[in-house]
Design a protein around this ligand. Structure first.
Ligand SMILES: C[S@@+](CC[C@H](N)C(=O)[O-])C[C@H]1O[C@@H](n2cnc3c(N)ncnc32)[C@H](O)[C@@H]1O
Length: 348
């Protein structure tokens, strides 16, 4: 993910910003820990012994949580970090921030259903930057869309999939504004596959523990959603290809059943790519659209937009409206503003 300038002030500032700007609304614990680290020269010095790409607050804090750090005042957390530093460093070096948020299916679903509806064909899905592939099951989750006056509920089609595991599928709650084209039923998905530099394996307890550690401490509802999504995916594990999305996409698209409508989508991935990689991806998508009738759904921060025309700004929208949210772009056209974890969708 994007990182700050190098140097000691850079690292402390990074933690201070994370602790005062990014974390407080979602995790008072991470806010306190991060501000604590920012003012702690000994810990900053240890963090700066790590490669620059491995110093980010979320990665270090998740590694500590993975190793068992509990919600506690900074002093206690500091003792834990110092006592377990070698283990923290080992986890940080072997892992990356690969949060997999099934909740994003709530903001992808209206577009996916509209594509299936307009073509009259079932969907074949490819997610690039899929992590563990949990966003590949939009047909297996339940949804509640709340427009402020009524709630639209959608559930998997009866008999479509294996029975839901104990506890049932996750219920993805999303507040909606504007004329969101909510479908009457979930679209049919006949094929699903993902690409990731490092696919996480939902049958591997360590990978599952890492996915849980990436969720911020106080967000129990997201951990519960993750567990239920993993249980769904474990019944029918996704096809995940290891590799760079630009290198793998064309051959994977060639494996999709030709009678289904192919949709390539991505969430929270383009920030990991530099501009030449984004350009290469955009050009592959244009080829797949022309040759294969493939659709493209992008759910990304607006500053890393991969629109069909290559533009990275949405002129009619000011930063304040988009800040902290994702822009949903369907076949190059911005259609919605989405909560980053799928919690809200404003239709344009
Ligand atoms: C923040 S996670 C988002 C995961 C998933 N899209 C979601 O919304 O839950 C970003 C993922 O993109 C993957 N990634 C980053 N650059 C990539 C590339 N060039 N090719 C394939 N995957 C990539 C990372 O490994 C990581 O798993």
């Amino acid at each position: 993910m994007p990182s700050p300038s190098t140097g000691k002030a850079g690292t402390a500032d990074w933690y201070r910003n994370f602790g005062t700007i990014d974390a407080p609304a979602s995790s008072p614990c991470y806010a306190e820990w991060s501000v604590g680290i920012a003012g702690d020269p000994e810990l900053i010095a240890r963090i700066e012994q790590l490669p620059h790409t491995k110093r980010q607050p979320l990665l270090i804090l998740a590694a500590a949580r993975f190793l068992g750090a509990q919600i506690a005042p900074y002093g206690e957390f500091r003792e834990f970090l110092l006592a377990r530093w070698d283990d923290v460093a080992r986890i940080v070096l072997s892992r990356a921030t690969q949060t997999n948020e099934a909740g994003r299916c709530a903001t992808l679903l209206p577009s996916l259903a509209a594509i299936a509806g307009s073509t009259g064909r079932p969907l074949a899905l490819i997610e690039v930057g899929a992590s563990a592939g949990l966003a590949l099951y939009p047909d297996r989750y339940a949804y509640e869309y709340d427009d402020g006056s009524s709630v639209t509920r959608l559930a998997p089609r009866a008999g479509e999939a294996a029975p839901a595991p104990a506890g049932g599928p996750p219920v993805l709650q999303c507040t909606v504004a504007g004329r969101v084209p909510l479908p009457a039923e979930l679209p049919e998905v006949v094929w699903r596959a993902g690409i990731d530099l490092n696919p996480l394996d939902i049958s591997n307890p360590d990978d599952v523990a890492w996915l849980e550690a990436l969720i911020w401490p106080e967000q129990d509802f997201r951990r519960e959603r993750l567990r239920r999504a993993i249980a769904i995916a474990q019944q029918d594990p996704p096809l995940l290809v290891a590799g760079d999305l630009n290198e793998q996409l064309v051959s994977l698209a060639g494996q999709a059943p030709p009678d289904a409508v192919l949709v390539v989508f991505h969430s929270a991935v383009m920030a990991y790519l530099d501009s030449s990689q984004r350009n290469a991806f955009r050009s592959t998508m244009a080829t797949l659209a022309a040759e294969r009738g493939c659709h493209w759904l992008s759910n990304e921060g607006h500053t890393v937009l991969a629109q069909a025309d290559g533009s990275v700004v949405v002129p009619e929208m000011d930063d304040a409206r988009l800040k902290g949210r994702f822009l949903l772009v369907q076949d190059g056209v911005p259609v919605g503003i989405a909560g980053p974890h799928g919690q809200s969708l404003e239709w344009l």
